[in-house]
Design a protein around this ligand. Structure first.
Ligand SMILES: O=C(O)CCC(=O)C(=O)O
Length: 329
């Protein structure tokens, strides 16, 4: 959904009782709230749209509960709304439910059976963290995300890839650079789904960092020869524009990279200052702190995404700040 909606005509259609307009308006007001009241209005429009049988509203209410937007995170409610969206004919909701329930063939009438097959406790249990290095602090967790969730993220990103950008404090969407030749897809609030939020919630549990400190997640894609040359993920407090960003949204504390596939050669994540390179199996997570134990930017974290020698590499990339990033602030 584009954010350049005509708000006035949407409001007019919503006040005439049009459920589609109410669903769109509800999503818009939640994604771009101008006040606490507009967030509440957004929720009310979604509720009314759902009462009129609008599945898109149910699917977005599921996102609201899974992300904890203006409420506590509640996965039971989120999955209940996802089931409702699926029963109202939302194909993407039915397919997400099947991913959670770990089944491929779900008939439309089976949505409640699928929902009952989902066991949240098991889905959120965490495997052991492996220490790869203490300075800088680099950890690996194999079997972090089930393969079917990885496949989902690859297929969501594949049709929407664009040239990956590098951080520029002056340009919100970053800029193209010869240092970064791979492609990427970043997911904004209106593009969230429960699979993506499941991965973010697992990262939140692993790092003990709340969801609202996460920047928009991205899926990164590297073809043979494409790479992200050596760089740091932290912001440099000695650069005035970076310092201003740190004051507004905090430092980039943690980088978490979930390997979404493994059928490639090369393409490790390399740390030249410690002369090491790492990769995970499909579903494994590599995570590192970008600052030292005193909270200072750690130059030892200089790293690169090496180019694949054969095959292609897919990664889920999550940066976590010490303050809410702009889209969440
Ligand atoms: O592709 C990789 O292995 C590294 C990605 C990376 O450097 C980053 O996201 O900061």
């Amino acid at each position: 959904m584009s954010l350049s909606v005509n708000l006035d005509s949407l409001k007019a259609a919503a006040s005439r009782g049009d459920p589609d307009a109410k669903a769109t308006l509800g999503k818009y007001l939640i994604a771009k709230p101008t006040s606490l009241q507009s967030l509440e209005d957004g929720k009310m429009f979604l509720k009314e749209a759902l009462e009129a049988g609008n599945g898109e509203a149910a699917e977005f209410i599921a996102v609201v509960h899974a992300a904890g937007i203006g409420c506590h995170q509640d996965w039971t409610k989120a999955l209940d709304y996802l089931e409702q969206a699926a029963r109202l004919g939302r194909d993407s909701a039915a397919r997400q439910l099947a991913v959670f329930a770990d089944t491929k063939d779900a008939a439309p009438s089976d949505m409640n059976a699928l929902r009952k097959q989902i066991h949240l406790e098991a889905l959120f249990s965490l495997p052991e963290k492996q220490i790869l290095c203490e300075a800088p602090r680099i950890r690996k967790v194999e079997n972090f995300i089930p393969h079917r969730f990885c496949d989902w993220m690859i297929e969501r990103a594949r049709p929407n890839l664009g040239r990956a950008r590098t951080y520029d404090a002056m340009v919100a969407e970053g800029r193209e650079s010869a240092n970064r030749t791979n492609s990427a897809k970043s997911f904004g609030l209106l593009e969230l789904d429960l699979i993506l939020l499941f991965i973010q919630t697992r990262i939140s549990k692993l790092t003990e960092m709340p969801l609202f400190l996460m920047e928009n997640a991205s899926v990164l894609h590297y073809e043979v020869g494409q790479q992200f040359r050596e760089h740091y993920d932290y912001l440099d407090p000695n650069k005035p524009a970076h310092a201003a960003d740190i004051r507004q949204s905090g430092q980039r504390l943690v980088t978490c990279l979930v390997y979404l596939n493994e059928d490639f050669e090369g393409a490790e994540t390399a740390f030249p200052k410690i002369n090491q390179k790492f990769r995970c199996k499909k579903g494994g997570a590599l995570l590192f702190a970008n600052v030292d134990t005193q909270g200072q930017p750690d130059p030892m974290t200089r790293h690169a995404g090496l180019p694949p020698i054969s095959g292609e590499k897919w990664l889920f990339s999550q940066w976590i700040r010490t303050g809410p990033p702009p889209q969440n602030a």
